[in-house]
Design a protein around this ligand. Structure first.
Ligand code: NDP
Length: 390
């Protein structure tokens, strides 16, 4: 027995290190049947990891997405907790720290000191795209695992440097493609891959919003240095990545045209819209659009020989609407879990990958692949829509 009166087995069970099982206390003492009485814990409860064993994360860049979606995702997660904030605005960092019980703060100058901080295992990069490579590489050099927001970086060369830095540090590098952890999107991809729609024939996907040049989170998106690219980088990447997720192939060639008013002053540095087409090794093609000029929306449709699935919205934060229609039948609405879970699911999956030091489901290589595809689309659009190899 320990000083607290619990034996070692009970202590380990309380700490979640051993499965909780029925003890003799529940079975040994017979009770009258009509009395309130404790019962053994039955089944296989998927208990959250105790706080002390959760993977510890620093969030870098406390902007609209980090505050609005990533932080609530951590609160809802089972295996991950926030322990440090990295920000250029110390007051905002302290205010958010008070809300979430985070008491370690770094700024962009002191960032490299995270190397000596045992309270940080993983780093979540939620900065403008043009800063992803620098802060990812610095975090990896500091010995931390990194989950970097999409799009991975401005150029394929930056993505390659990030992957090389992860290998050199023997740490994991993931790209935060949240829909791979969103139950409805995962369900659709499984149905596509399982043959439920018959042979897959065609994918179409559109994603866009109207960019406001006066709103700070949109301002940097319109600058090449911080945005990396335009609408295709920021929002078009969802449908592009989803096409590969559903079809299970990577494209061999692409063609694209620019689709925004050339005299629109918002698009002096980055493209406002792209209409694109990808061709896959099996011969299937996918086509779609991205735009900073049309009202917000993400919509996808996957056509198979025996049925089709429509997703509209396809990759919202809080809601997806998924309809499946098989040949000769009426449309059926599909629901699979809660879309909000994607944020917690994603960080928990990365926490597990970091702990085991095994690749994340959406690794750096996937981020690099997508930037290469978008760059090929730009090359095609620069040539007026010619077919270009990826
Ligand atoms: P915001 O502009 O709202 O936030 C960016 C934050 O980065 C700022 O608040 C600031 O944080 C920090 N920052 C550091 N340097 C700069 C700079 N020079 N200019 C602007 N900000 C700077 O952007 P978002 O939150 O919308 O986007 C952040 C990242 O998240 C991007 O990579 C974006 O692509 C991604 N994203 C992903 C989404 C998804 O669904 N997966 C959705 C939206 C965005 P501080 O003040 O703390 O220093």
């Amino acid at each position: 027995m320990t000083t607290s009166g619990m034996d070692r087995r009970s202590l380990l069970m309380a700490a979640g290190l051993l499965p909780i099982t029925a003890t003799s206390a529940f079975s040994a003492t017979p009770q009258a049947p009509n009395m309130a009485q404790g019962q053994p814990l039955l089944g296989n409860p998927n208990l959250p990891v105790p706080d002390g064993e959760k993977t510890k994360w620093a969030i870098v860049g406390l902007g609209t997405f980090a505050v609005g979606q990533v932080m609530p995702g951590f609160v809802a997660s089972d295996r991950s907790r926030m322990t440090a904030f990295v920000s250029g605005n110390p007051q905002k960092a302290r205010d958010l720290g008070a809300r979430y019980g985070v008491d370690k703060f770094y700024d962009y100058g002191s960032f490299d000191k995270i190397a000596g901080d045992a309270d940080i295992d993983c780093v979540y990069i939620a900065l403008p795209v043009g800063l992803h490579a620098e802060y990812t590489i610095r975090a990896l050099k500091a010995g931390k695992h990194v989950l970097c927001e999409k799009p991975m970086a401005s150029t394929p060369e930056e993505c390659e440097a990030m992957i090389t830095a992860a290998k050199a540090a023997n740490r994991q590098l993931g790209v935060a493609y949240r829909v791979h952890f969103e139950p409805n999107n995962v369900d659709v991809a499984k149905r596509c891959q399982s043959g439920e729609l018959g042979t897959l024939r065609y994918f179409t996907g559109d994603a866009g919003f109207s960019a406001n040049p006066d709103w700070p989170p949109h301002k940097w998106r319109l600058q090449k240095g911080l945005g990396g690219g335009g609408s295709m980088y920021d929002i078009g990447i969802y449908a592009l990545n989803a096409a590969m997720m559903c079809l299970g192939e990577d494209p061999v060639s692409v063609s694209a045209v620019y689709s925004y008013p050339k005299d629109d002053p918002r698009f002096a540095e980055v493209e406002g819209g792209v209409d694109w087409r990808m061709t896959f090794p099996s011969g299937i093609s996918a086509q779609g659009s991205s735009s900073y000029c049309y009202a917000g929306g993400t919509r996808q449709k996957i056509f198979g020989a025996d049925g089709a699935i429509t997703m509209d919205p396809a990759s919202d934060y809080y809601e997806q609407r998924i309809m499946m229609q098989k040949s000769g039948q009426g449309p059926v609405q599909l629901r699979s879990g809660n879309p909000i879970d994607q944020f917690g699911n994603q960080v928990d999956a990365f926490s597990m990958a970091a702990k085991a030091n095994t690749p994340h489901l959406t690794p750096g290589e996937m981020g690099l692949r997508d930037i290469r595809v978008i760059q090929a689309m730009y090359r095609s659009a620069d040539q007026g829509g010619a077919k270009v190899a990826v």
